[in-house]
Design a protein around this ligand. Structure first.
Ligand SMILES: C[S@@+](CC[C@H](N)C(=O)[O-])C[C@H]1O[C@@H](n2cnc3c(N)ncnc32)[C@H](O)[C@@H]1O
Length: 269
């Protein structure tokens, strides 16, 4: 079992590095999630593992630990109202330059940014006349590697209409049967990068039209959410939008956005 002192040290480390706030009740959960990793590394105690994590200057072990304690759950077309809003409200309002820049800021294994890309391709008359740019980032290098590979099992696409799937993904054959790989035109508009939402500044070409920050703020405490949402504001164009997860809320957070629909916020001009 993890001692209270060990738990507190992990808790402070995780909060400081990722913003993820673990409550006291998560003590057993943390211990059970980390136990296998300790065993794999041949370590006896949680304190030994703490030393391993904090001594690793590459931050790889920290990332591995975070993968064990946070969820990377995601889906294509998850919370579809956001993509309908993008298609019906955002795209028609884009200026004559036909340029749109979007940031998927906790992109996990890539389903969210590829869904955004499909929505853009499907939502305009002639995509060749448009410039789509999607920056997709996450803290975890493991999920980013999967996202950049762009290969998914067929059952991941249950919410993607089959003709849309066919237009944007290649069906695998032989050894890759049952898998689909993102087609080059879709892959070319998504750029993956490791970014920590806790960083003071993001190395991003601002301003953006849209920021997706879905299903990650739920792990952050209120002050962290507030800092982040106000940071996002600075990276958006006037008229730009912030999308958050359907189970998340900015109700208790001070921010300058206007709420335009459930979980959709606008930076007013
Ligand atoms: C549940 S997934 C959400 C995926 C997607 N946005 C969605 O709604 O389907 C949460 C993701 O947030 C990432 N994450 C957690 N803390 C983070 C941080 N401080 N900076 C960037 N990403 C973080 C995790 O690695 C994980 O992939």
């Amino acid at each position: 079992m993890i001692s209270l002192d060990e738990f507190e040290r992990f808790r402070a480390l995780i909060y400081g590095e990722s913003g993820i706030a673990l409550s006291e009740q998560k003590r057993t959960l943390l211990a059970s999630r980390l136990t296998k990793r300790l065993r794999d590394l041949g370590l006896e105690t949680f304190s030994d593992y703490y030393e391993t994590v904090t001594r690793d200057s590459t931050r790889e072990e920290f990332t591995r630990m975070l993968d064990l304690i946070s969820t990377n759950k995601t889906d294509f077309f998850r919370e579809p109202k956001h993509f309908e809003f993008l298609r019906d409200q955002v795209l028609p309002g884009v200026g004559p330059d036909k340029r749109i820049r979007i940031w998927s800021s906790a992109c996990s294994t890539g389903e969210e940014p590829y869904t955004i890309a499909m929505t853009l391709y499907e939502g305009v008359e002639d995509p060749r006349q448009w410039e789509f740019e999607i920056l997709a980032s996450d803290l975890s290098t493991r999920v980013l590697a999967k996202a950049a590979a762009g290969v998914y099992d067929e059952d991941r696409f249950r919410d993607v209409p089959s003709e849309v799937l066919r237009r944007h993904f290649l069906r695998g054959r032989g050894d890759s049967a049952g898998k689909f790989k993102v087609k080059p035109h879709l892959a070319s508009v998504v750029q993956f990068r490791r970014l920590n939402l806790m960083d003071d500044r993001f190395p991003i070409k601002a301003p953006l039209d849209l920021i997706f920050c879905r299903n990650v703020m739920i792990y952050f405490d209120r002050p962290t959410q507030e800092t982040l949402v106000n940071k996002f504001y600075r990276y958006l164009k006037p008229g730009g939008y912030l999308f958050i997860g359907h189970s998340e809320s900015l109700q208790w957070v001070q921010h300058p956005f206007a709420a335009v629909a459930p979980t959709i916020y606008r930076k007013e001009t």
